[in-house]
Each structure stands twice: as C-alpha cells, then as structure tokens.
Design a protein around this ligand. Structure first.
Ligand SMILES: [Zn+2]
Length: 78
C-alpha cells in the first residue's frame, strides 16, 4: 500500500538506497499552471524519494479558474 504524504510537508523519508529514513532536500521540479511540482531528494545520496505539487497564494487565483488544484501529487517513488 502506497504511503501518502500529501497532508504534511515531509522532512524525512525512507530512502531505499541508504536503507533508513533520511532528511530530504526539496527541489523545484517544474512549474505547473496549478502550482509547482517539487521533488524530494535524499540529502545524502540524492535519490529521488517522491514528489509533491505545491500550490501557493501566487498561483491560487489561476488555479481557481483551472479547477480543483488540491490534487497533490502523491506518487512516491520507492
Ligand atoms: Zn539516500
């Protein structure tokens, strides 16, 4: 069963390469009409641990026109 991190900002995620939870670095992956897609990288080995769609005040107005933007990216690579 996939884990979901949509409700909070992850500061640590399990890294399969390090075989333990690691602090993550957040990286801007790409900019979407509804927000920004951020990627979580293991702070030690830079393996991609997951991604998250971030909607902020600046993009909320545009997102309201484009429809529900609350669908955060919950696909996590493991
Ligand atoms: Zn790692």
């Amino acid at each position: 069963m996939p884990q979901q991190f949509g409700a909070f900002t992850a500061s640590e995620l399990y890294c399969p390469k390090c075989k333990q939870s690691q602090p993550v670095r957040e990286r801007l992956l790409l900019v979407l009409p509804s927000g920004e897609l951020h990627e979580y990288l293991c702070a030690r080995c830079a393996t991609s641990l997951g991604e998250r769609e971030v909607t902020g005040p600046a993009v909320r107005a545009a997102a309201a026109q484009a429809g529900p933007a609350k669908k955060a990216a919950r696909r996590l690579l493991r």
